[in-house]
Design a protein around this ligand. Structure first.
Ligand SMILES: [Zn+2]
Ligand SMILES: [Zn+2]
Length: 355
């Protein structure tokens, strides 16, 4: 198999030829055909998250130690089943195309057993986060139950459902009940924010306010269904957002947090999934007095991904712009993402790689 790995944090990925693993037990070996490139890949590649005040969280503390293969939006074809892999019930057989749910927990703790693998408390196995991911021709999946049939959805778009659409969907579930005139702000119109607008529309939200510092991205946001757009570099941005019922923060910086929380109406909720970094300093009494919610959201559950796939199959999710590039361009893709030059999502094509 071939993987694109970083051998050292922050250094260009290298093309590495390795032994293709044999699936053991319940494992399934997938031959990757498409692999989405996510903004959080940049943080893992660089090796840390910025906690503000000069503090950092290093990814090695959660088991991500180089050499490491990124990639948590895997899509591919079943290549081999382990001796105890449940082909039957899940209906998986060699040759089937499947989307992989990457937020795999230990499978044993009470949280995992309740179906919340993405909140696992005792040993997560998130693909491309602390287990080898899908910037590779092959990826091992611990169990067939994490494979989802996306027939009818374009393969590259299907890949992006595993992180960006799922994260947006799970965050949107945490909004307060919306009245007819209630507005929801989408903070940041990168890959997550743009699909977030589609997800909110599919969920029935009518008054979406797209916010970004890039007018090109705001233009795409308007096309996807945002009712109005706010360039947050303008000095009156908070005023223009004042009274929103909810904010989905796909950036997660002190600026976007200040904007989202500051503009909430009473009873509103600010939901953060972006991992840009920094810290939040906020006076305490108004949180109670304004009865606002500040809620974190991390990816989503397997069941939620199935719901997202169902929405996409019913054509209820307007696809965001997806650019498919040969896997050889993985480094350029990361650099473009880092430079803010990507509108929508880049998906790497691994069918172009000779394994
Ligand atoms: Zn992601
Ligand atoms: Zn667990």
């Amino acid at each position: 198999m071939i993987s694109y790995q970083f051998i050292e944090h922050g250094k260009p990925l290298q093309k590495v030829l390795g032994e293709t693993p044999k699936p053991q037990g319940t494992e399934v070996l997938m031959r990757v055909t498409r692999s989405g490139v996510c903004h959080s890949d940049l943080h893992i590649w660089e090796g840390y998250f910025d906690l503000g005040g000069g503090k950092r969280f290093y990814v090695k503390e959660r088991g991500c130690v180089p050499p490491f293969t990124l990639g948590h939006e895997p899509f591919g074809v079943v290549e081999a089943l382990g001796p105890r892999a449940k082909g039957g019930k899940a209906g998986v057989k060699v040759g089937d195309k499947r989307l992989v749910y990457p937020w795999i927990g230990c499978g044993k703790c009470a949280v995992c057993k309740s179906g919340q693998d993405n909140h696992c408390v005792s040993g997560s196995r998130y693909l491309g986060v602390n287990r080898a991911g899908a910037y590779a021709t092959h990826v091992l999946v611990p169990d067939a139950k994490y494979l989802i049939d996306t027939r009818g959805i374009d393969d590259a778009f299907a890949a992006t459902l595993a992180c960006s659409a799922l994260t947006a969907y799970s965050a949107a579930q945490k909004l307060p009940e919306l009245g007819a005139k209630d507005e929801v702000a989408v903070l940041g119109c990168g890959g997550l924010g743009l699909i977030g607008i589609s997800v909110l529309r599919a969920a029935g939200a009518k008054n979406i306010v797209a916010c970004d510092i890039d007018d090109t991205k705001l233009g795409v946001a308007a096309k996807l269904g945002a009712k109005r757009t706010v360039n947050t570099r303008t000095p009156d941005a908070t005023e223009r957002l004042r009274g929103i019922a909810g904010a989905l923060d796909f950036v997660g910086s002190p600026v976007t947090a200040g904007l989202g929380i500051g503009a909430l109406r009473k009873g509103g909720r600010y939901i953060i999934c972006g991992l840009f970094g920094g810290e939040l300093v906020h006076p305490l009494p108004p949180i109670a007095q304004r009865a606002i919610g500040i809620i974190g959201s991390y990816t989503g559950s397997l069941q939620e991904l199935k719901e997202v796939v169902a929405l996409a199959k019913q054509k209820k999710l307007r696809p965001l712009p997806v650019e498919t590039r040969p896997a050889e361009q993985a480094n350029a893709a990361l650099e473009d993402l880092k430079g803010g030059r990507v509108v929508g999502r880049i998906v790497l094509d691994f069918e172009t790689v000779d394994a």
